[in-house]
Write a protein of this length. Structure first.
Length: 265
């Protein structure tokens, strides 16, 4: 089981780091005034990250099945480790924010030339990958000083944090609910889609339109890129706190899913 847990931790770090770094791609698009291409690249990156999540879920299921047969396995402790790995991935993305933005600008320009993601991957080679080291930028203390909260919509940060917490803990809560009520285990597992669906709806209705408006305003301002860079950084920080909030939501969400499963059953 140690090998499976290591794989899950690694995938969680990659998935959450990749999803968080999509803000870098948006920022790169704003700086280049090519937001449509940037959003297309963002969709590709999110698709890859969520596809990786599909590989992660069955491995977590293996651990849950073993925990049902062996009561000595601390499945709740394992779930908290997985949630911590999500926080590590998000924090890792925060440190890569300056580098990610520069690399995103390069990818956006190449995608515009090549015309498709497949052609973009074909033109990539080892020599070009070695050149990416010149785009690496270390986070500096001045960047932290610029992240003063003034002017940042607090409500959007709160929404991002809560939705991230729901999205991060949803699958694990449903799996833990199947352990709490083994007689309704299948029903509880099927609640995963409902939980993620609610999180997606909240993102679509409450968060995405606001981010789109701020991005549009940034495109029309002379120093809009610097302002939106700070906003994106705070949204990434909100995602990080959302992964921490997921720890608190895990057990209550599992009991709620368990209760609903009993009612349905």
């Amino acid at each position: 089981m140690t090998v499976q847990l290591i794989i899950i931790i690694f995938l969680s770090i990659i998935i959450h780091a990749t999803e968080t770094l999509t803000y870098s791609i948006r920022l790169g698009g704003i700086r280049l005034k090519k937001i449509a291409v940037a959003l297309s690249l963002t969709g590709i990156v999110l698709l890859i990250a969520r596809t990786s999540n599909m590989f992660q879920a069955p491995i977590i299921g293996v651990i849950v099945d073993r925990a049902k047969a062996d009561s000595t396995i601390d499945v709740l402790g394992i779930f908290h480790i997985i949630l911590f790995s999500a926080s590590i991935g998000t924090l890792f993305a925060l440190f890569l924010y300056p580098t990610g933005t520069r690399l995103a600008m390069l990818m956006i320009e190449r995608l515009e030339i090549e015309g498709s993601a497949i052609a973009l991957m074909k033109t990539s080679n080892i020599h070009k990958l070695k050149r990416t080291s010149s785009y690496i930028r270390r986070p500096r203390f001045q960047m932290i000083h610029r992240l003063r909260v003034g002017g940042i919509p607090k409500r959007i940060m709160l929404i991002n944090m809560v939705v991230t917490a729901i999205y991060t803990s949803g699958v694990l809560a449903a799996l833990y609910a199947s352990i709490l009520t083994p007689e309704h285990g299948t029903t509880a597992n099927m609640a995963t889609g409902v939980v993620n669906g609610i999180a997606t709806i909240l993102l679509t209705l409450l968060l995405d339109p606001q981010i789109a408006l701020m991005t549009e305003r940034a495109l029309n301002k002379e120093n809009g890129a610097e302002e939106i860079a700070k906003t994106y950084a705070w949204l990434m920080i909100a995602r990080f706190f959302g992964t921490l909030l997921a720890h608190l939501l895990l057990i209550p969400s599992a009991w709620l899913i368990s209760w609903v499963s009993r009612i349905i059953g």
